[in-house]
Design a protein around this ligand. Structure first.
Ligand code: SIN
Length: 298
C-alpha cells in the first residue's frame, strides 16, 4: 500500500484524496470557502458537447443510509466551460481533472479536443457509466468493446492522461477495465454509483422522476473494495477508488486493496471540510503503523 506521498500521472501528492465528480462542481465554491485543504485534486462535474438541462427535479433524495441522485449530466456545455468556468478554475490551489460525458462514442473525443485548448485541466475522467441518462452513459461502460473504442478515440485526441470511470451496474467491470487499458487509458475509476431506488411505501411513488437513480453511501465500502481488488489484479494502470468513504480507515482500506488514489463524494456533502479531517486521520493511522518496530503494525 502507498503510504505517501501518493503519485498519479507523474505528479506527487501529499494526500491520496480526490473530490469525486458531481459532488463539488468544479471545486470553485469549496475554494471560496477555503475548504480544499486535504484535497489532492478535484474531479469536475461532467462536461458534454452541448449544454444539458438535466433531469426533471427532484434530482437528489436522501435515504436513511445514503444518497440517490438523478442529475442527468446537467452542465452548460463545453464552450461555456471553456469560456467562463475554466478561467475561474485556473485559481484552484489543486489540479483539476475534468469529467467528460457523451451521447455518442465520438462525443468524448470532441469534448476532450476542445478542453485541450485550455491549460487548466491536467487530465480527464471519461464517464461511460452515468446511470441517469437514456443515451450513452452506463450502456457504453457495459460493453468492453465500446469502452475500448471510446478510450482509443480519446487517446488519439489528447496527450493528457485520462481515467475511464466504470459502471458497477451492467456488464463485467473487470473486462471493461482491461478494455480501457487496451484502448490507451491512463487509469480507471472504480466506480460510478450503484443503481438504486427508494419508494414511499404510503403512496407507492418514487420521489425521483426517473424512478431509479445512482446510489452512494459509506455503506457501499465493501462493494468498492472488492471491485478495486479485482480490477487491480486485471490491469497495470492506476485504479482510482470511488465509493464508500466515510472515515480515514475506509481510505486506507481502499489503498490497501490496490487503489492509487481515493475519491470522496457523498461524505463531503455531509461534511464539506471532510477531506482535511480524513487526511489528518489517515496520517495519524499511518504514523501509528510506522511506530511498530517492524513497521507492519502487528
Ligand atoms: C448525473 O449527472 O446524473 C450523475 C453523473 C454520473 O453518475 O455519472
Amino acid at each position: 500500500m502507498e503510504t505517501g506521498p501518493w503519485t498519479l500521472w507523474g505528479r506527487e501528492y501529499d494526500s491520496p484524496l480526490m473530490l469525486a465528480s458531481g459532488t463539488a462542481g468544479f471545486g470553485l465554491e469549496l475554494m471560496e470557502m477555503g475548504m480544499l485543504a486535504g484535497v489532492a485534486a478535484v474531479v469536475s462535474k461532467a462536461t458534454t458537447l452541448l449544454p444539458r438541462d438535466g433531469n426533471v427535479p427532484p434530482r437528489i433524495v436522501e435515504t436513511r443510509y445514503g444518497l440517490l441522485n438523478s442529475v442527468g449530466l446537467a452542465n452548460p456545455g463545453v464552450e461555456e466551460v471553456l469560456a467562463s468556468v475554466l478561467p475561474a478554475a485556473s485559481r484552484l490551489p489543486v489540479p483539476l481533472i475534468v469529467n467528460v460525458a457523451g451521447d455518442t462514442v465520438e462525443d468524448y473525443a470532441s469534448v476532450v479536443e476542445r478542453l485541450d485548448s485550455s491549460p487548466v485541466p491536467v487530465g480527464y475522467e471519461i464517464n461511460v457509466s452515468c446511470p441517469n441518462v437514456s443515451a450513452g452513459g452506463a450502456a457504453f461502460g457495459a460493453s468492453p468493446s465500446t469502452v475500448e473504442e471510446v478510450s482509443r478515440l480519446v487517446a488519439a485526441a489528447t496527450r493528457r492522461p485520462f481515467s475511464v470511470k466504470l459502471t458497477p451496474n451492467e456488464g463485467s467491470m473487470v473486462e471493461s477495465a482491461a478494455a480501457a487499458e487496451e484502448g490507451g487509458a491512463s487509469a480507471v475509476t472504480v466506480c460510478n454509483t450503484f443503481l438504486g431506488m427508494t419508494v414511499d411505501w404510503r403512496t407507492g411513488e418514487a420521489p425521483l422522476k426517473r424512478g431509479v437513480g445512482g446510489y452512494s453511501s459509506p455503506a457501499l465500502l465493501p462493494l468498492t473494495v472488492a471491485r478495486v481488488h479485482l480490477t487491480r489484479r486485471a490491469v497495470g494502470i492506476p485504479v482510482l477508488a470511488s465509493g464508500g468513504v466515510g472515515s480515514p480507515e475506509d481510505v486506507l482500506e481502499l489503498l490497501a486493496a490496490g487503489a492509487t488514489m481515493v475519491q470522496v463524494g457523498t461524505w463531503l456533502m455531509r461534511r464539506p471540510g471532510a477531506a482535511l479531517e480524513l487526511l489528518e486521520g489517515v496520517r495519524e493511522l499511518l504514523d501509528g503503523l510506522r511506530g511498530f518496530p517492524d513497521g507492519t503494525g502487528t
